[in-house]
Design a binder for this molecule. Sequence first.
Ligand code: NAD
Length: 490
Amino acid sequence: MDKIPAFNYQLLIDGKSVESKSGSRFDRVSPAHDKTVGSYADGAIEDADLAIKSSRKAFDSGPWPKLSGAVRARHIRKVAELIERDLEKIALVEVLESGKPISQARDEIKSSAELWYYAATLAQHSYGDAHNAIGNDYLGLVVREPIGVVGVITPWNFPFLIASQKVPFAIALGCTVVVKPSQLTSGTTVIMGELVREAGIPEGVMNVVTGKGVVGSRLSEHPDVDMITFTGSTQIGKKVMAAAAGTVKKVELELGGKNPQIIMADADLEAAVDAVVFGVYFNQGECCNSGSRIIVQDSIADDFLARVVEKSKRVKVGDPLDPDVLVGAIASSDQLQTIERYVQEGVQAGASLELGGTKLDSKAGRYFSPTVFGGVTEGMSIAKEEIFGPVLSVLKFSTMDDAVRIANSTLFGLSSGIWTANINSAMTFAKAVRSGTVWINCWMDGFPEMPFGGFGESGIGRELGRQAIQEFTETKTIAIHTGSRSMWVK
Ligand code: NAD
C-alpha cells in the first residue's frame, strides 16, 4: 500500500455521530508502520452517562424490546449483510490499528458476519417453560425477558470479532447496549455502530463511546446499566466485578488463559506440530486462546521440540498488509516490554531458549521473533502466566495423571487440548481438565453454536451458542391460580 490511510471517528450516541462533550480527541499510531491511522473522540464520564441514558430510554420506552423476535432477527441479518458488504474496509482498519495480518483480519470479519447471522436465529428462540403439574388449580409459566441495558467492554486483540460475540446476541434478545472498545483499536466498533444504524435498528439500541478505561469503569458502576459483559485482562476484570458489585448487576467475564495442549506419543505428530505452531503464533500470540503451553510425553519430547522449532523458523513475520505474512506487529510498546520481560524471566529461571527471544529489526513498527522455550517446569512464570506474545513454553510429562496435574496447575481455565489416536486418553483428559473448551486433535476451532468461556480466573459465564440466551435474559416466574382460594384466615 503506497500510503497508509487515516480515518476519523466520532461517538455514536442516540443515533447521532457526535464529538465528546470535552471536544478532546486521541490518536492511534499503527503498530506496524508508525503512522497515525485513526483519530477518535475521547469520551469520558459525561459521554458515558448520555449513552446510558439513550440506551435506557431505548429499552424502557423504545420499540426494540417489544418487537417480535422475527422482526429483530431480520434487522440483525441485515447488519450481517452490511458487514459482508464492507468486509475489506473493516479488515483494513483492523490491520492498521492492531497490527494483525490482513488474511487473518479478513477471516475474522467473515466469521463476525456469521456470528450476526447466528445471533439472529436466537431472537426467535427466547422462550421458557410451562408447568401443569404443580397442583390442579395452578398453571406455572417461566418466561425469559431481556435483561435490559448491557455495558459491553472489549479488548484490542480481536476488536470486531469480540464485539460480535456480544452485541448481536444482546440485541437479538431485546437488550440495548453501550459499547466501550479498547482505546487502541476503536475504529471498527464505531463502524459496527454505523452499520447497525444503517440497518434501521432504532437509535439508542447500540451506542458507542470511545475513550479510556474511565468509560468502562463508569459503565460498570452505573445504576442504570443492568449487566456488564467484559472481555479483557483478569486484572481489569476483577475491577469491573468490584465496581459492578455496588449495584448488584450481572457480570459476564471473558478473561485470560494459559492454555495447555497435551501431546501423546501416539498422536499424528505432523498435524500436532502444525497446530502448535499455529496456536502460539496466531495473532502474534496476542490471543486469549493462545496455545502457549504444550506438555509433551517424554518419549517423544525432544524430537517434537525439534520439529516445532524447525516449523517455527518457516513462519513469515512482517508487514501485516502483505497477504503472505502469518505474524504481524506487536500491538503496543507496553506489550512488547511485557514479552521481553517474560523472555528474560524464562532464561533466568533456567529454561532453554531454543528459538528467537528478540525484537526483530524493522524500518518501522515493532515485531517479535517466534520464540520457543524447552526445559520449562511448572513453577516458572513462563509456564503459569499469560505472556500475550509469540512465545511457546514446552514442558514434559510421563503419565496421564501427570499431564492432567500440569494442565490444571495454573489459575486459568479457558481452553485446553489433547493430541492422541486413543479415544480413552482423549476422554480421560477431557473429563479431568478444568477448562471451558477442550479441543481433541484440533486447536482453536470455534463455532457460533458452541458456547465459549472459562473456568477459574479465565472468567464467568459463557458467550455464543444458546447459552447466550441465558446470559442476556432474566427469568420471570408467573404462577396462575385458576380455582377458588383456600382461605388462610378461616
Ligand atoms: P484490558 O483488560 O487492559 O482492557 C480491556 C478493556 O477494559 C479496554 O476497553 C479498557 O479500556 C477497559 N478498561 C480499562 N480499565 C478499566 C476499568 N477500570 N473498568 C472498566 N474497563 C476498563 O485488556 P486488553 O489489554 O485490551 O486485552 C488483553 C487481555 O484480554 C488479555 O488478558 C486477554 O487474555 C484478554 N482476552 C480474553 C478473551 C476471552 O474471550 N477470554 C478474548 C480476548 C482477550
